[in-house]
Write a protein that binds this ligand. Structure first.
Ligand code: CIR
Length: 404
């Protein structure tokens, strides 16, 4: 599989998703904020909604849907890799000395679950009775959970020039990118086709960037949000790698307000066809500054790039890159409904083909506006999935699309 994508809307051929599991049941009213949830979801209903979403993708596109858990089990048969991930997962609780002990007692599938759902002291004690966990209380996490894993968009990004592995900003999501990177760099189906653009080798603690901030504007241009989650230093390194690779000629850094409902660039707009963009109306006014990176020269193996600050709005950038641009506002521009639907990611639809999208059923004003424009809208139930504050694009990691 050629792990490069030259559009946001070519007919979907392969996608990676994660069915929410036990990690969701770890959320409580007291840790939900730290773990970046607005509420405590009901897992059974959430799984039903997610299954509906996955089945819909398969039925309507015939795309191959990879599941994170299965890929994890496949790569974790490599003991060295499992050791590395398990040790890292135990760092926060200070229990790295338990790494081999845990690996010796749990099957590979159980280790995969432990790495995503986390493990509490009392659960481990059931498996390993004479465990020494020092000061840790029975209900403390030995391995913290990763409830945001169903937002597969964020731990990496596939661009026309290769893959960006994220460096997650928030404490509660930091291990997600390492899991994805372990899969893509080791799984036989993918590893030969990874052209890694980021992190740059030798960076121990790379500046943060999250996949939701990366949008392919065209075959030659990529936009990256400078946001609550993505640092300008990371954008500089990614721009350099992308421009040096040669497929992409322009990288835009789009400055977003540092607000929860603008957390990533894809919360603000999505591209539905060669000339159609869906956007939250306020965003076009709020985003007033962008920078443009282009290649200056490559001399003696050194890449030199140029950064120009453009005092132009997001709209101007979109108009420059997308010919005959048509903009559709969420909720057809009604400020009250647009605001309500923005909270539930109205602009964050998932394009499965040109003018063919999957959208939350709750965003009915936006869905109606899309249909009025001739876009095919396939709705998915959204009572529980939306509690993590991400939409259909956030929940998918497209790996292959028909070329545009
Ligand atoms: N691309 C996206 O906007 N992803 C949504 C991520 C939601 C998650 N609860 C977070 O705050 O990171």
């Amino acid at each position: 599989m050629n792990l490069r994508l030259n559009s946001e809307f070519g007919t979907l051929k392969a996608v990676l998703m994660h069915r929410p599991g036990k990690e969701i049941d770890r959320l409580t009213p007291y840790n939900k904020e730290y773990l970046l949830f607005e509420d405590v979801p009901y897992l059974d209903a959430m799984q039903k909604e997610h299954d509906f979403f996955t089945d819909l993708i398969k039925q309507t596109t015939g795309a191959q849907v990879f599941r994170l858990h299965e890929l994890m089990i496949q790569v974790l048969s490599d003991e060295k890799l499992l050791f590395q991930l398990m040790r890292q997962a135990l760092t926060k609780s200070g229990m790295t000395h338990l790494t081999e002990h845990i690996m010796g007692r749990l099957s590979t599938a159980e280790c995969a679950t432990a790495l995503t759902a986390g493990v509490k002291v009392h659960e481990l004690k059931r498996k390993i009775p004479n465990l020494s966990t020092g000061e840790l209380m029975d209900y403390a996490f030995v391995i913290p959970p990763s409830p945001n894993l169903y937002f597969q968009r964020d731990p990496m990004a596939v661009t026309p020039g290769g893959i960006i592995f994220s460096s997650m900003k928030m404490d509660g999501r930091q291990r997600e990118a390492d899991l994805l990177r372990s899969i893509f760099e080791n799984h036989p189906d993918f590893k030969e086709n990874v052209n890694k653009l980021y992190p740059v080798n030798g960076h121990d603690n790379p500046p943060s960037i999250e996949g939701g901030d990366v949008i392919v504007l065209s075959k030659k241009a990529v936009a990256i949000g400078n946001s609550e989650r993505t640092d300008e230093k990371a954008i500089y390194h990614v721009a350099k790698a992308l421009l040096a690779e040669g497929t992409v000629e322009r990288v835009y850094e789009v400055h977003l307000p540092q607000k929860r409902n603008y957390m990533h660039l894809d919360t603000v707009f999505t591209i539905l066809d060669e000339n159609l963009v869906l956007t939250y109306p306020d965003a076009l006014n709020a985003v007033l500054q962008t920078s443009l990176y282009t290649l200056k020269e490559i001399k003696d193996d050194k890449v030199h790039i140029k950064r120009e600050v453009l005092n132009v709005s997001l709209l101007t950038v979109l108009e420059k890159e997308i010919p005959y641009l048509e903009i559709l506002h969420t909720a057809d521009g009604n400020p009250d409904y647009a605001m309500r639907e923005q909270w539930f990611d109205g602009a964050n639809v998932f394009a499965i083909g040109p003018r063919r999208v999957i959208s939350y059923n709750r965003n009915k004003h936006t869905n109606r506006a899309l249909r009025n424009l001739g876009v095919e809208v396939l709705e998915i139930p959204s009572s529980e999935l939306s509690r993590g504050l991400g939409g259909p694009r956030c929940m998918t990691m497209p790996l292959s699309r028909a070329k545009i």
